[in-house]
Design a protein around this ligand. Structure first.
Ligand code: TRP
Ligand code: SF4
Length: 421
């Protein structure tokens, strides 16, 4: 099996989750949430299953320290229920004290999916309306309109080469440069909050397909630093990567009694945290970025109603936010389930809730109460609940959710329209 993850593949990528932990260096969510004051349901229910460096974020939340939260949406179609999870993750992190940033990836949609700028604008606003309807507060921008992001992408491009992009994304000599540019733009999106505001831990909630971008960005964030800081047993070593001599002088001056060598300065008796904060400030005062390596969480995708992924290219697989009650009911009643061939069999063997898109719909978004969800699971697997009834109940939950959500979206769209005139 090929060991790259391709962010532009449209097919379902069922990757073996165990391999992600062992081969790709993604960590289990449980390793990072022990000190979170409030663990959100999407982490408890295993929807958000993995992370890179989430400890930084959990610490910032627990200690009320600044952190950023950023994600991006490619406006290549109408938003639907498949996009709701990541939106909720963003809103939750803002509520935990994060500075919110939402990127509308119109350059990517234009370069990779061939969408016109007008289409990007229309779809982009729909995504934003959903976010505001969920209670989002924070910045929003389009890649094509953000000059700071564009300039930062250019800086980032000097730290990435073709062979690295080929290794990560499987680019070939025939790959168009627009693809490469939209990759660097995404790197820049992820680093942007630390330029717009100040360096701080940044959480990027994404689906697993975006991990190549996360890895590339983490590498580039590191390469753009002037210094690295290494803990030794007896001291901390501050190494210059390409720091100007004035910055080295400033570091030496900042730590009394430090020892300066050719390419590094050794400090004793000062905590790692103070060293890194001081060095970061010196780096920025000398024209550097002082980036904190960004963190990420990874969520599973809600399965489509027809199995596979929820994808606009398969209309029966998705529930759109603007679909009427009849259409929603029809799609859910026709959905694939974890039910058995006959009622008799279902009563004897029970359904397979974990494999059932209808159950997953409840688990992802429709049943907030853990005990109620557990009861549905129990009744299904015990053969007490039949699919017809279960689907009817799910459909009425979805219809109630959509009615309320559409009202909030309408208010948000009005607000957006007023903002843009
Ligand atoms: N590439 C992402 C997608 O296909 C969109 C995106 C653009 C993004 N910039 C981002 C995601 C920054 C996370 C962070 O959906
Ligand atoms: Fe899915 Fe409900 Fe049928 Fe169980 S009873 S398999 S959860 S539709």
């Amino acid at each position: 099996m090929n060991s790259t993850i391709n962010p532009w593949a449209s097919s379902d990528q069922s990757v073996d989750i165990e391999r992600l932990y062992t081969e790709f260096g993604i960590e289990r969510m449980e390793t990072a949430i022990t000190n979170l004051p409030d663990v959100p349901y999407f982490m408890k229910r295993g929807i958000v299953f993995g992370h890179r460096d989430y400890q930084r974020i959990a610490n910032a939340i627990a200690q009320h320290e600044p952190f950023h939260i950023l994600t991006g949406f490619m406006p290549s179609g109408h938003p639907h229920l498949g996009h709701l999870m990541v939106m909720k993750e963003v809103v939750w992190h803002v509520q935990q004290g994060g500075n919110g940033y939402i990127c509308i990836a119109d350059r990517e949609a234009h370069a990779v999916r061939n969408l016109s700028w007008d289409q990007c604008q229309t779809y982009g606003n729909e995504y934003l309306a959903c976010l505001f309807a969920l209670g989002y507060e924070g910045e929003t921008y389009q890649q094509s309109q953000n000059r700071v992001v564009q300039d930062l992408a250019f800086e980032a491009s000097s730290r990435a080469n073709f062979s690295e992009l080929s290794a990560i994304y499987g680019f070939t000599p025939e790959t168009d440069i627009g693809h490469a540019m939209s990759v660097l733009t995404q790197v820049s999106d992820i680093l942007y909050p630390q330029v717009d505001d100040e360096p701080a831990p940044t959480i990027v909630p994404v689906g697993l397909d975006q991990d190549p971008h996360i890895r590339l960005t983490r590498g580039i964030a590191h390469k753009l630093r002037m210094f690295t800081i290494e803990d030794r047993d007896t001291h901390i070593s501050i190494r210059s990567k390409d720091a100007p001599v004035e910055a080295m002088d400033a570091v030496q001056k900042a730590f009394k009694g430090s020892k300066r060598y050719e390419g590094h300065i050794d400090v004793t008796g000062v905590s790692h945290e103070i060293v890194s904060r001081t060095v970061r400030a010196i780096e920025r005062a000398h024209g550097g970025y002082g980036f904190v390596t960004p963190s990420a969480t990874f969520h599973r995708f809600i399965p489509g109603l027809t199995g596979g992924k929820m994808s606009s290219s398969v209309p029966e697989s998705i529930i759109g936010f603007y679909e009427d009650d009849k259409a929603v009911t029809k799609k859910i009643m026709a959905a694939l389930t974890g039910g058995r061939m006959t009622l008799q069999e279902q009563k004897e063997l029970g359904g397979e809730a974990d494999k059932c898109p209808v159950y997953q719909l409840n688990l992802f978004h429709m049943v907030a109460d853990d005990a109620e969800l557990a009861e549905i699971h129990r009744k299904c697997t015990a053969g007490e609940l039949m699919c017809g009834q279960c689907k009817k109940e799910a459909a009425s939950r979805v219809i109630a959710f959509l009615a309320e959500f559409r009202e909030k979206m309408a208010v948000a769209s009005d607000m957006l329209a007023r903002k843009s005139c």
